[in-house]
Design a protein around this ligand. Structure first.
Ligand code: AMP
Length: 214
């Protein structure tokens, strides 16, 4: 089964993708994580996208489609793919459709995670992530353990993302509404869309997603 998690920054796509990986043996393809990895390892592409990402704008379709193509060509998981943070433009959505078709695969479901904008700003400015395992913390609902070590993997590398500040969040939200939200209509018209309330608790959202996937 191949699915897309669609929603604005802070909707909980990464958190839910990680649960699906654990529970359904699926592979998470997060273009945001791939771009951050390229920056950390200092590749030319990583250097090129750094400022764009920190500002909160989208990097070019060509770059992210290339990253996804590489991943799709390199492994073929039994449980299928979870696309997290991709596609974000209509051109990316068309490209993904073509890539899957070429592989003889289908897109089975697009889950739209709905959340209101005030909640996003609160969530994102309170967010921290374990650099080693991706566990997500929140100052209000799931604070970083007092010893500073990740409760999932024990790493002490819990960090706040450079773009998780109010200013770049506004730009990211604007990019979402201008460039990504048309995908809701696009996938609705294709008959692939299911919407869930992303403001419910993490477990409730996971249950809604499980129901949507059938
Ligand atoms: P994310 O971790 O999904 O919030 O992505 C972090 C940043 O990476 C975004 O604000 C964009 O600058 C960039 N990015 C991630 N995925 C995409 C994409 N599919 N298209 C364009 N830019 C992306």
């Amino acid at each position: 089964m191949n699915i897309i998690l669609l929603g604005p920054p802070g909707a909980g796509k990464g958190t839910q993708a990680r649960k699906l990986v654990d529970e359904r043996n699926m592979v998470q393809l997060s273009t945001g994580d791939m771009l951050r990895a390229a920056r950390t390892s200092g590749t030319e592409m990583g250097k090129m996208v750094a400022a764009v990402m920190d500002r909160g704008d989208l990097v070019t379709d060509e770059i992210v489609i290339g990253l996804i193509r590489e991943q799709l060509e390199s492994d073929n998981p039994g449980g299928g793919y979870i696309f997290d943070g991709f596609p974000r433009t209509l051109a990316q959505a068309d490209a993904l459709g073509r890539l899957l078709l070429d592989m003889g695969e289908n897109l089975d479901c697009v889950i739209e995670m709905q959340v209101d904008d005030d909640a996003l700003v609160d969530r994102i400015t309170a967010r921290a992530t374990c650099k080693d395992c991706g566990e997500v913390y929140n100052d209000n609902t799931k604070p970083i353990p007092a010893d500073g070590k990740c409760s999932n993997c024990g790493s002490s590398q819990i960090e706040r993302r450079a773009d998780d500040n109010e200013e770049s969040l506004r730009t990211r939200l604007m990019a979402y509404y201008k460039q990504t939200s048309p995908l809701v209509g696009y996938y609705y018209a294709k008959g692939d869309l299911k919407s869930v309330d992303g403001l419910a608790s993490m477990d409730e959202v996971a249950e809604s997603i499980a129901r949507a996937l059938g």
